[in-house]
Design a protein around this ligand. Structure first.
Ligand code: GDP
Length: 198
């Protein structure tokens, strides 16, 4: 897919105020500092469409970007920054869970995971939450340039093992990306294109 247009439409913290158009929507979410803004800018080929957060936890809104006039890229707030909570509902703010549970336009969530790190509890919690809420999702491993290719495969295998230990039957569809090197951009856009075409 070629990105012809990418425009910011609206920011808000209430799913009721999200755009009222029946366009398919792809949401990007992950722990603060995982590389979400960099990935969105890489995918859309725009230098600063999404604000890269100097301070983690800064972008705390649902941001809608309209791409090629026919789908929405949704930048969701980073989670897990300086938050100590008892339940998933508290860990993931209510407007985020509302978004996942009520937004009919949502086609797929891309959950960003820093490929260098061992599986983090909060990410597994979030993935399990998506499973329970029956939200279709893919995993996007970020910052792949920071480790060797051999390590990339090792880390993915370790992640798969963690998911199977969390009662997942298989590793979900996943992508390996590096925003600094442009890795994974074509695969992600091709996937979105295929899903959009049904
Ligand atoms: P966000 O908080 O998830 O939006 O993360 P940012 O996109 O602001 O990135 C957090 C930090 O990681 C910044 O210092 C980025 O330059 C760096 N970063 C993001 N993606 C990559 C990547 O693919 N490779 C490398 N080497 N650094 C990255």
């Amino acid at each position: 897919m070629k990105i012809n247009t990418a425009e910011f439409v609206i920011s808000n913290s209430d799913v009721a105020n999200c755009p009222n158009e029946p366009l398919p929507e792809y949401a990007f979410i992950g722990r603060s500092n995982v590389g979400k803004s960099s990935l969105i800018n890489m995918i859309t080929n725009r230098k600063s469409l999404a604000k890269t957060s100097g301070k983690p936890g800064k972008t705390q809104l649902i941001n809608h970007f309209k791409i090629n006039e026919n789908w929405y890229l949704v930048d969701l707030p980073g989670y897990g920054y300086a938050r100590v909570s008892k339940s998933t509902k508290e860990t993931f703010q209510k407007f985020i869970t509302d978004y996942f549970e009520r937004r009919e336009q949502l086609v797929c969530a891309f959950v960003l995971i820093d490929i260098r790190l061992e599986a983090q509890k909060i990410d597994l919690e979030f993935i399990n939450y998506l499973g329970e809420a029956e939200v279709p999702f893919c995993i996007v491993f970020t910052k792949a340039d920071k480790i060797s290719r051999g390590k990339v495969d090792q880390h993915i295998a370790a992640y798969r093992k963690q998911l199977l230990a969390n009662n997942w039957e298989e590793m979900p569809q996943h992508f390996v990306t590096s925003s600094t090197e442009g890795t994974g951009r074509d695969n992600l856009l091709e996937y979105i294109d295929e899903v959009n075409q049904g």
